[in-house]
Design a protein around this ligand. Structure first.
Ligand code: NAD
Length: 249
């Protein structure tokens, strides 16, 4: 059955071809949602939306620009009459060691991952509160939980840990308004980017540390996002859901 029939969803950073956001937007659309894909490049966002079908929308949006984000979200809310779901998926990482993090690196990684999550949430919350219904899904990372990973630097871990704190605080504040806020902590997910950066030997070594013995897929993460965005998770808020093949066991 379609879990998101007649729902309207915004997914940030969902233009990346093999990314987690694109897979999430696709699964949401398959489950009946109308989706807006927001990403830096307008052409890529429009193309990704067109792949999903004619009713879906692609728009250029920089999640670090509060006024820009508000304008876009308000326009979508006016067009649709509501916003049911926000997935804060836009993110960047930089594989730096602690002493190599320059102020501009820190700003960039904190800005997109943490500030962007706040700004997009602030833009949708009034629309969700007024209808006493909404779901926000934030992308954190196993890097937040175990202090780093394969690609992220310490600033990425800090930003994604910040996302967890923000998730829980927002969940607490918005619970009386029936707006649920949860985070997904993906482990090692195979994408073009992650695959291309690793030697086959390194890949084998990583898999040895994963009880399920394989990398995750974008669809593994999308399935979790669908659960958190649908009424299947009606009593779930403020949680961090691990999608990591058992990496933290
Ligand atoms: P990706 O690089 O494929 O996609 C990220 C998208 O965000 C890109 O399309 C990019 O254009 C967009 N983006 C970057 N800065 C932006 C900005 N300022 N405004 C709007 N959009 C912006 O990444 P992915 O691997 O699909 O990861 C998606 C999310 O999941 C990220 O938040 C990432 O940190 C998180 N995550 C990924 C993994 C993994 O293994 N891939 C693991 C844990 C967490």
């Amino acid at each position: 059955t379609a879990l998101l029939q007649d729902k309207f969803a915004v997914v940030t950073g969902a233009a990346s071809k093999r990314g987690l956001g694109k897979a999430t937007a696709k699964l949401f659309a398959e489950h009946g949602a109308t989706v807006a894909i927001l990403d830096l490049d307008e052409g890529a966002a429009k193309e990704a939306a067109a792949d999903l079908g004619p009713q879906h929308i692609g728009m250029a949006c920089n999640v670090t620009d509060l006024e820009g984000v508000k304008k876009i979200i308000d326009a979508l809310a006016a067009k649709w009459g509501r916003i049911d779901i926000l997935v804060n998926n836009a993110g960047i990482t930089q594989p730096l060691k602690i002493m190599d993090i320059a102020p501009k690196n820190y700003d960039a990684v904190l800005d997109v991952n943490l500030r962007g999550t706040l700004y997009c949430s602030q833009a949708v919350i009034p629309h969700m509160r007024s209808r006493k219904e909404g779901k926000i899904v934030n992308l954190s990372s196993v890097s937040a939980q175990r202090g780093g990973g394969i690609f992220g630097g310490p600033h990425y871990s800090a930003a994604k840990a910040g996302v967890l704190g923000l998730t829980k605080a927002m969940a607490r504040e918005l619970a009386p308004d029936n707006v649920r806020v949860n985070a997904i902590c993906p482990g090692f997910i195979a994408t073009d980017i992650t695959g291309g950066m690793l030697t086959p030997e390194k890949l084998e070594e990583i898999k040895l540390g994963i009880p399920m013995g394989r990398a995750g897929t974008a669809d593994d993460v999308a399935g979790c996002a669908l659960f958190l965005a649908s009424d299947l998770s009606a009593y779930v808020t403020g949680s961090e859901v691990d999608v990591n093949g058992g990496s933290l066991i």
